[in-house]
Design a binder for this molecule. Structure first.
Ligand SMILES: Nc1ncnc2c1ncn2[C@@H]1O[C@H](COP(=O)(O)OP(=O)(O)OP(=O)(O)O)[C@@H](O)[C@H]1O
Ligand SMILES: [Mg+2]
Length: 221
């Protein structure tokens, strides 16, 4: 049974006075436990929209989403939020760390919000992303690559089965991008977690796995 299965997922935007924009026309795909795939496709194709829907940040117009065989689309917002917190780690292009919290506080935040004790895991993660010496620093005192490494630790702190990353290296120079990917991808694979990572960069895609291509609102395997 796949970890995540999507059937006929549709999404569009209706803006007043303009023709409706149909973005996702019926996406079908499934992702196995431990499977890592890059999501590729032209700008405006709907890659971020797809990830936002899968991560519960946006609602689809139609279609079904199954998690470990159980239908999760159509649940209430609070059930969905609860699922997301437990199941999904999200990494954004622009890091999205809270500027007033330290590295340590940012990494521990998902556990605090979920009311879950993660033991020493947050400390191990900060160590694994090489940020132990900076754990009392604020995001504004860190480089982009360092901030993204903190975001990687934060995304993994609740040990989610699925990591969603939307162009996580899009704001970084080549060396920092490589450093972040060389951390993120093995960390996800070693834990046998699943990853969907949006990227424009074929060399990045090759490090992740076999690409999923989003084109004309549909996903081609
Ligand atoms: N809130 C919104 N209201 C209206 N249109 C939107 C909204 N969000 C996204 N869109 C439109 O949906 C389409 C898909 O956007 P999306 O951000 O998913 O593309 P993308 O594939 O991630 O592109 P990029 O590679 O540039 O990040 C775009 O045409 C965009 O303008
Ligand atoms: Mg995008």
């Amino acid at each position: 049974m796949p970890l995540l299965e999507v059937r006929q997922l549709r999404k569009g935007y209706r803006l007043e006075g303009r023709p409706p924009l149909e973005i996702l026309h019926g996406i079908d795909f499934s992702l196995g436990a431990g499977e890592c795939r890059p999501v590729c496709g032209p700008s405006g194709a709907g890659k971020s929209t797809l990830l936002h829907i899968l991560g519960g940040l946006e609602e689809p117009d139609g279609g079904e989403i199954f998690w470990k065989g159980e239908k999760i689309s159509g649940q209430t917002r609070s059930q969905w939020a609860q699922w997301r917190r437990r199941a999904v780690g999200f990494i954004f292009q622009s890091y999205h760390l809270l500027p007033e919290l330290t590295v340590e506080e940012n990494v521990r935040l998902p556990a605090m919000l979920a009311g879950v004790s993660v033991g020493e895991r947050w400390e191990d993660l900060i160590d694994q992303v090489g940020m132990t010496l900076r754990r009392d620093h604020l995001p504004g005192e860190l480089s982009g690559g360092e901030q993204q490494r903190v975001a990687v630790a934060r995304a993994l702190v609740l040990d989610p089965d699925l990591v969603l990353a939307d162009e996580p290296t899009g704001n970084l120079d080549a060396a920092s991008a490589t450093a972040v990917l060389d951390l993120l991808v093995p960390m996800v694979k070693e834990r046998q977690k699943s990853l969907l990572l949006v990227t424009h960069d074929t060399s990045v895609a090759m490090k992740v796995g076999v690409p999923l291509r989003l084109l004309d609102g549909r996903l081609a395997n």
